[in-house]
Design a binder for this molecule. Sequence first.
Ligand code: BGC
Length: 269
Amino acid sequence: MDKEELLKNQVALVTGASSGIGTGIAKAMGAAGATVIVNYASSEESANTVVEEVSDAGGKARAIRADVSDEAEVTEMFRKAVEQFGTIDVLVNNSGVQKDSEFVNMTLKQWQTVIGINLTGAFLCAREAAREFIRRGVRPERSKAAGKIIFVSSVHEVIPWAGHVNYAASKGGVMLLMKSIAQELAPHRIRVNSIGPGAIKTRINRAAWETPEAEAELLRLIPYNRAGEPDDIGKVAAWLASDESDYITGTTIFADGGMLLYPGFATGG
Ligand code: BGC
């Protein structure tokens, strides 16, 4: 099947799509033929730029604002999306933040903000999407599945991360949220998976790659010897949303250049 046909006639909602990995995913979904809903929390201008980029590449897109950690805003976003496009076929739970701190100095606010967006936000959006998928059921002319939910998790759903325990806890939570939902929704023909990115060059980890020294340090953790780009994740997301991966559910696909391969052991141990 041609790449631009993979998600033909399907509607994909990507949260946190106004920057970073979310933008890469929105563009890849558009390139695969989906109509893309570009969710953003605050940067309307950036979201509109992404909408233009998808349109310029021949796709269809629309921006909708919602803070994913707010139940009423999430419900309203899904209502608007279904009103405008009839239904949603794919949800990509991408919104995520880091509020880093040494553990003993971590504030409750830092903890709650990260859990609120990365974990509760993912729950709220997944619940709305699942309700819509079950309401609509399978329409074979769109997809073999009634719907697809993709979480953008992290290598830190398995790698512990000192100085970032709120973030690592949120991603560990996402892992079992994803698997448990996958188990519960499979009989409805809803597929639920995660992508686990490693170090992808975006704003969130700028400090880790912006100077040659920092990048050299970072590359010691990546056997494949390059940091990732948002497009590396976009391509996986488009495939995971398509019927090409119809038999895959309940799995995390890591896209990390080998970060999970315990690179320290290549020469040690
Ligand atoms: C984090 C990045 C980090 C990467 C690898 C991601 O989930 O958001 O800041 O560079 O994991 O450690």
